[in-house]
Ligand binder design. Structure first.
Ligand code: KG4
Ligand code: ZN
Length: 340
């Protein structure tokens, strides 16, 4: 019966990826992303360029998502979009587009919190991936976010730790920049680290109270260390690149796992779900696997395409909210600082 088929279009435009996805009853039919290459030349995302690129990409990306799903826009049950947090100009493109399309089709509009979506991506129906049971701890680690969240139910979440400055992805990217690696440096550091000695250069971990993180001091420590060594040996970076990368990665993973251990102790919750682009890191994945046997945790890592910024995670939240009848009004506004 077609009335039981709930098709949701999800739209994500919070940062530098324009993405659209169609979900049918919790299963992803299409997941299209136009990544903006233009920022590579600047070593980071340039907000004004991002919003212009979103404007160029949004129609073809949505069109492609509908085509790949094999449906027309008239079959959609609702439109879900990222309300925030993110870059205001970027959010406005997705928000305005979603509002207009929902209005034109006379179907419900659903606003989605990007940070909740990273977590709820674990509930996409996907063969071979298990869903975490409530309550669980979610750690979202990316170029824009570093958070530990206690998830009591789909929309009952509490942030119990977050970064007070840079995100963990920035720690990778900024360290990489110091080493002369291109942007984003995270994947390159990961690759080089696998050939190096993680204990070659001990970097001190920042001391931050409770479950919060700080990465800006770490980046400065890397900078001073490299400057000092290069003064002594101009070829220091080239001669030690693998060891430097391994040491940086080892320290960052240590910072993350220390806080996770603390969070488990405080909450007595041993189901740990991670998300965000940095969860692709091989060292972090290995540390989580090790923690299963070492600490008795059960860990959850979603399919890669659902960990980085994507619209499938917006679509799954749209589906869950649709089931709850939780819709937004036409006057809904983007909110660049939206909280969980
Ligand atoms: O989730 P994402 O694609 O975009 C947002 O920032 O929202 O995450 C991108 C971040 C970048 O900082 C990138 O360097 C980092 O994730 N990253 C990695 C790896 N793959 C991506 N960091 C470490 N190791 C990786 N394998
Ligand atoms: Zn994100």
């Amino acid at each position: 019966m077609t009335s039981q088929n709930i098709y949701i279009l999800g739209i994500e435009s919070s940062c530098d990826d324009t993405a659209a996805s169609v979900i049918l009853n919790g299963k992803i039919l299409s997941n299209v992303i136009a990544s903006q290459k233009i920022h590579e030349a600047y070593g980071g995302v340039v907000p004004e360029l991002a919003s212009r690129a979103h404007q160029q990409n949004i129609v073809p990306v949505v069109d492609q998502a509908l085509k790949q799903a094999g449906i027309t826009k008239d079959q959609l049950s609702a439109i879900a979009f990222t309300k925030g947090p993110g870059l205001m100009g970027s959010l406005l493109v997705g928000t305005s587009f979603a509002k207009s399309l929902a209005f034109g089709l006379d179907i419900p509009l659903i606003d989605v919190n990007h940070m909740q979506a990273h977590i709820l991506a674990h509930f996409i129906e996907e063969d071979g991936f298990k869903k975490p049971p409530f309550p669980f701890l979610a750690m979202t680690i990316s170029g824009g976010h570093t958070q530990i969240v206690k998830v009591k139910h789909y929309f009952d979440m509490e942030v119990i730790g977050e970064t007070i400055d840079d995100a963990v992805g920035e720690a990778f990217d900024k360290s990489g920049k110091i080493l002369g690696l291109g942007y984003p440096a995270g994947p390159q550091i990961d690759k080089l680290a696998q050939l190096g000695n993680p204990k070659a250069f001990p970097f001190t971990k920042p001391r931050v109270d409770g479950l919060n993180f700080s990465f800006s001091g770490f980046k400065t420590a890397v900078l001073y260390f490299i400057q000092k060594q290069v003064k002594l040996n101009p070829n220091f970076i080239a001669e030690n690149l693998n060891d430097i990368c391994a040491s940086i990665q080892y320290t960052i993973i240590g910072i993350l796992t220390d806080k996770l251990k603390k969070a488990v102790k405080l909450t007595d919750i041993k189901h740990i779900a991670i998300g965000g682009g940095v969860s692709a890191n091989s060292g972090i994945r290995q540390a989580l696997i090790d923690a299963e046997t070492k600490h008795g945790w059960t860990t959850y890592v979603p399919k890669f395409e659902f960990t980085t910024d994507n619209a499938a995670m917006i679509a799954i939240v749209g589906y869950l909210k649709f089931l709850d009848g939780d819709f937004a009004e036409q006057n809904v506004m983007a909110n660049s600082r939206l909280k969980i």
